[in-house]
Design a protein around this ligand. Structure first.
Ligand code: ATP
Length: 470
């Protein structure tokens, strides 16, 4: 397993190569907001596409949904978020900075699951253990109090209680409130799942660590509806499937682990939760969560809305019941961060002159790389560029590949750039391609350079589309 990079390496590569920029940068930024640049947006799209392909398109038991971010505030009363979606907030009396009390204890004392502690317990431990403020080093804390994480907005022209809406803190509720619509229109049979990818918003007390914890982020969630009594087997199957997916797109098992939530730590809706954690540069952190939500959400929405949300057994129409729910919940941004951390490699590579030089290469799984291939004329000389453009146009027409075309700088620099953005194959058009020295027999052939092995292979232009499709 290669040495793990530091977060600074990733942040700097992301900025330098156009993956992620600090938000609103020309105005001095806005803390903890990030914008995805041309390369980042391709990577994100591919993460979403791979996920959707694996968990929706390739499965007979899944359908999709895209629900609104603004929802009737009653949704959040029914789901319990208005009352229970809160973190323990403490203020440092000396420097006035605010922190999450449970995270202060976890970070300082090296303990896990401090979210289970009551507000008074957090307060007592902060004082008893003399936990210092991460900002000023003093230990002078206010009482811990409950801080609701939902972001408020006002819909329409009047800013009053009646126009208050929340930006959804999870995509899941959009699925529950559409459960009846889905049953009535596509008539799925249990067990089945509904998947949704979309933005979620949480007024996190201490966002940070780049795109790991932000107040605006994206989730990929599945609500998997099952017959009550069968939750355990489906929970296990999803645990396996998700672990397998992260492994298949290149995450090493040494940096993944499963953490079972203690009973007291469980969210108000869950009877069992596990996290898949990743070993980030600062320690283990949640990448993915799997919860057994039981019938909690459908029951609550049935009560609050007064609508019948029961499922009818197709084999026996007299049998009506609320299905139980297993919820696999992924973060797009955390997944992107993990893919970048795993892929980032610094190594020595041979130079054309026979020496060695250091190179940075993003060894992304080819399915996630922003570009599949880059077309590179050996130099800026006109006949080379014209021929390379011809090849580029041909590939655009004949394939669905994502292609970069690059003529800026020396060929060595362009290879290094393609290595750093993770392009699996570079296609070089040289004088041999033009047939300038026919004795070489290279006319209408070009080289394919492999990002990881650095091997170069001569291929006929007529064969190129077929070769790249492999
Ligand atoms: P944490 O314990 O890190 O706050 P959580 O348990 O609140 O996370 P869930 O509610 O289980 O997170 O959300 C599901 C997934 O959404 C997480 O596994 C993570 O990938 C992603 N996620 C949650 N909060 C954030 C955030 N503030 N920024 C980025 N991604 C997030």
């Amino acid at each position: 397993m290669p040495v793990a990079p530091s977060l600074d390496h990733i942040v700097s590569l992301c900025k330098r190569r156009g993956f992620v920029f600090p938000g609103s940068e020309i105005y001095g930024g806005l803390a903890n907001t990030w914008d995805y640049g041309p390369l980042g947006v391709e990577l994100r799209n591919r993460v979403r596409e791979e996920w959707w392909k694996t968990f929706v398109r390739k499965r007979p038991d899944m359908v999709g949904l895209e629900s609104a971010i603004f929802m009737n505030p009653k949704v959040w009363e029914a789901s319990g978020h208005t009352k229970s979606f809160a973190d323990p907030l403490v203020d440092c009396r000396s420097c006035k900075q605010r922190f999450r009390g449970d995270k202060l204890l976890e970070d300082r004392l090296g303990i896990e699951g401090a979210a289970v502690l009551k507000l008074e317990q957090i307060q007592k431990m902060l004082t008893a253990e003399k936990i210092p403020c991460p900002n000023c080093g003093k230990s002078n804390w206010t009482d811990a109090r409950s801080f609701n994480l939902m972001v408020k907005a006002y819909q329409g022209v009047v800013e009053d209680e009646a126009s208050l809406v929340y930006l959804r803190p999870e995509t899941a509720q959009g699925i529950f409130v559409n459960f009846k619509n889905i049953l009535d229109t596509v008539h799925p049979r249990l067990p089945f799942g509904v998947a949704q990818i979309g933005k979620a918003f949480r007024n996190e007390i201490t966002p940070g660590s780049f795109i790991f914890r932000t107040r605006e982020f994206e989730q990929m969630e599945i609500e998997y509806f099952v017959e009550p009594g069968t939750e355990r087997e489906h929970f296990e199957a999803w645990k396996e499937a998700v672990w397998e997916w992260y492994r298949s797109v290149g995450i090493s098992k040494e940096r993944l682990r499963i953490r079972e939530h203690a009973k007291e730590e469980l969210s108000h809706y869950s009877s069992r939760t596990i996290d898949i954690e990743y070993q980030f540069p600062w320690g283990w952190g949640e990448l993915f969560g799997l919860a057994n939500r039981g019938t909690f959400d459908l029951r609550q929405h049935q009560t609050f809305s007064g609508q019948d949300l029961r499922y009818t057994d197709p084999a026996d129409p007299t049998k009506k019941f609320l299905p139980a729910v297993i919820e696999p919940s992924f973060g797009v941004d955390r997944s992107v961060l993990v893919f970048l951390l795993e892929a980032y490699t610094e190594e020595e590579a041979p130079t054309a002159a026979g020496g060695m030089e250091p190179r940075v290469v993003l060894k992304l799984d080819p399915r996630l790389a922003p570009y599949d291939s880059a077309i590179l004329p050996l130099s800026k000389k006109e006949p080379l560029v014209a021929k390379a453009q011809e090849v580029y146009r041909m590939l655009l027409q004949e394939t669905d590949l994502r292609l970069d075309f690059d003529v800026t700088g020396s060929i060595g620099k362009r290879y290094r750039r393609q290595d750093e953005i993770g392009t699996p194959r570079a296609i070089t058009i040289d004088f041999g391609t033009l047939g300038e020295d026919d004795a070489q027999g290279k006319r209408d052939t070009l080289t394919i350079r492999d990002r990881d092995t650095l091997t170069q292979e001569r291929v006929a232009i007529g064969e190129l589309s077929r070769r790249l499709a492999l």
